[in-house]
Design a protein around this ligand. Sequence first.
Ligand code: F6P
Length: 320
Amino acid sequence: MKKIAVLTSGGDAPGMNAAIRAVVRTAACEGLEVLGVRRGYTGLIDNDFKNLGPRDVANIIQRGGTVLLSAREPRMRTLEGRAQAAANLKAAGVEGLVVIGGDGSFHGAYYLMQEHGIPVVGLPGTIDNDLYGTDHTIGYFTAVETALDAVDKLRDTAASHERIFVVEVMGRHAGHIALDVALAGGAEEVFLPEDTKHISEVVEVIRSSAAKGKTSSVIIVAEGYPGGALGVAKEIDAAGFDARVSILGHIQRGGSPMSSDRILASRLGEGAVRALIAGEYGVMIGRHNGKIGQTPLEETWLHRKDVNRDLYNCAKTLSI
Ligand code: F6P
């Protein structure tokens, strides 16, 4: 193996740059050339590659976003798009591809391998932490910290004005961020996409909080919970209370990665290159109980990584 390529795809996540750096520098240590693909699969289909050496990835470990840019590329869902992407890789002499992204990006990688024999390795890069096969995804730790910082600030206002705040955090299909933020932020209740809890239950939470002498409340809602924060707030208002809504949105995706994300990204990036060199393809490199390991790409989306229900129980106990 002489040359590999690396791309970032889907939603950006803090730590993606640390992963790119690790891929490029591990490859350089092993005498491999690296091509960086710009704008994820868009650049793969449009042949937008650039050479990356160790100095090209200097001073990026601390930067949020992705220096390679990212995109969600609908052409990767077509046979023609994938054929063009594979043809470009082969013409450039690329013998292995590292894809840093979430499950949508992994689907694209999987089909490139199945249909065109491209050796691919995935790195879990998404703030949502919703990939099976790794305890944490790159970007998750920082996103939780960013959301928690916002919740702490909102709590100051909630306390000062004796108000109810309903805070929406990211997580289209998974409530990992919501659950961590709820526990760490001392929330009164949390609504997750995984929940069967009816939205009307929030009213009982608010009533019993008031009965217990609480003068303010913070309710966390994952964006994937039906109705989102606006729906939950509407329910509260309809019961005669006055709720304020704060939707944190994309601020959770940016910012300098925390040490935990940089360390995870660095180890996984190194692992990806070592896997390619060893001829281990079609896998995601993840970390489980501190150990770096591999999971077949298709398993990362076929199995669901459930949220840790113990965290919910703990948050409820402590919100007495
Ligand atoms: O997958 C990461 C994520 O931030 C989700 O939490 C969110 O639902 C989605 O991306 C938003 O995507 P976009 O930036 O394309 O609006």
